[in-house]
Design a protein around this ligand. Structure first.
Ligand SMILES: [Zn+2]
Length: 120
């Protein structure tokens, strides 16, 4: 049984890492490893070659926006360079790791909202 998970329901599915088409299957096997297909409905996660490039873009854009929100106001207040580097360099390295799972799930949700296709 297929349910449409676009819009707010799709975003909710992203936050709890369930697949957007059926809303029941999990996306991640363990850690950063995704299932090839939804364990519940068989929906193929990687829709085409290079599909996760969009997820990487979402991940980097979110990470850089957060770093910019923190570091730019500090730099504008003439905070010395060393504390800025101590905050910015680890953040640039760690935030993409922290956002990895969310970015994949969010990318699937965004893609599903734009292209609500069926099983491949
Ligand atoms: Zn599913």
């Amino acid at each position: 049984m297929r349910r449409n998970r676009s819009g707010a329901k799709g975003l909710y599915a992203e936050f709890i890492y369930v697949e957007v088409d059926c809303g029941a299957g999990k996306i991640f096997r363990r850690g950063f490893t995704t299932f090839e297909t939804c364990p519940n409905c068989g929906w193929r996660f990687e829709r085409e070659e290079g599909y996760w490039t969009g997820a990487m873009a979402v991940n980097l854009i979110l990470s850089e926006i957060i770093v910019a929100i923190v570091v730019i106001p500090l730099a504008a207040r003439q905070v010395p360079l060393l504390p800025l580097l101590a905050i910015g360099v680890p953040a640039v390295a760690l935030l993409p790791v922290l956002f990895y799972r969310h970015s994949k799930a969010l990318w699937m949700c965004l893609d599903f909202m734009v292209h609500p296709v069926g099983l491949l």
